[in-house]
Design a protein around this ligand. Structure first.
Ligand SMILES: [Zn+2]
Length: 314
């Protein structure tokens, strides 16, 4: 809709969203758990949206003493600033060479991807949803959903992962499995650097390679990415056209990339009466008040909440 020659009202400025909105719900925790269990039980379809908070709840702690211990050599070499605090911040360090860049990233990919096994909470989640038609949309890059046993046709990870690399300039739309390469780099690393002979080069343009993570405009979406996108579209289209109840189960999605799961989940719920929103998020479980009983915001640790919802469903 164009705003040309049209008076802008406060309502259309707000895109039709009531200004009286985000609230922390005041219902007691036990009541919320009961209502959440009912919401899932009544739904035929569950679309699970997963963000960084789910990894934290699943015990993937990537900062503090754990980081200082596991990345001690990197802290000693690059530690005079704000970067060497946790794996997320350390990824942004301006590494002075490709040997240094891959020296760091091969370690992060080993620890947070290839060797990581934080699947218990995911398994609990999947067994809780055992009888439902489900699909998982995730901004996480740690591959834990697949490790927990969910098949690839039910997963859409939009932001890449710790297992693939791509041309840094995205000169072609392929990504490359780097698991074996990272293992070799991990074994060969000396003083935080990998040997120059191991630095990967783009097989098409000969330029630098990069992680296949959505960190800039060159992020590569390969054929697999588009297949996963189609599976997501098929799932949601079928669920909505069925007219049956749909639960949007949002776990640990904060305000880093709220445009991928959080805001669209609210929009879907606002626009479809068959949809309800269950938002579980430690500290950020505010929900739109105008959704009434169709939204539940549980402001408690995700692991605790999921286990309690499981119990309430029995
Ligand atoms: Zn290239």
């Amino acid at each position: 809709m164009s705003f040309c020659n049209k008076r802008i009202t406060f309502e259309n400025f707000l895109s039709g969203i009531p200004s009286r909105d985000y609230i922390f719900q005041k219902a007691p925790y036990e009541d919320q758990i009961y209502q959440a269990a009912k919401m899932i039980q009544e739904a035929e379809y569950v679309l699970v949206g997963i963000g960084a908070g789910m990894s934290v709840a699943a015990c993937a702690i990537y900062g503090g003493d754990w980081f200082k211990e596991n990345f001690a050599d990197f802290c000693a070499k690059y530690g005079n600033g704000s970067y060497m605090q946790d794996m997320y911040s350390a990824g942004f360090y301006p590494y002075p060479s490709e040997e240094a860049y891959w020296g760091y990233w091969s370690k992060q990919c080993m620890k947070a991807g290839i060797e990581a096994n934080h699947t218990m909470l995911y398994k609990t989640l999947l067994s809780m949803l055992g009888s439902k038609e489900i699909f998982c949309l995730s901004t996480n890059v740690d591959g834990q959903l697949e490790k927990a046993g969910l098949t690839a046709d039910k997963i859409f990870c939009t932001q890449g992962d710790y297992f693939h690399i791509q041309c840094a300039k995205g000169c072609h739309q392929n990504r490359y499995d780097a698991r074996e390469l990272f293992r070799q780099m991990d074994a060969a690393r000396v003083d935080c650097l990998i040997p120059s002979t191991m630095v990967p080069k783009c097989p098409v343009c000969g330029g630098r390679m990069n992680m296949n993570l959505r960190i800039d405009q060159y992020f590569v979406q390969d054929a697999e990415w588009y297949i996963a996108e189609k599976h997501f579209e098929d799932f949601l289209s079928e669920a909505i056209s069925s007219g049956r109840k749909i639960c949007l189960l949002e776990l640990g999605v904060g305000f880093n990339t709220p445009t991928i799961i959080r805001f669209p989940f609210e929009k879907l719920t606002r626009e479809n009466k068959q949809i309800s929103l269950l938002r579980v998020n430690l500290n950020e479980a505010v929900v739109p008040e105008h959704l009434g009983a169709r939204a539940i915001g549980i402001n408690v640790d995700i692991k605790q909440s999921i286990e309690d919802i499981c119990r309430a469903m029995k």
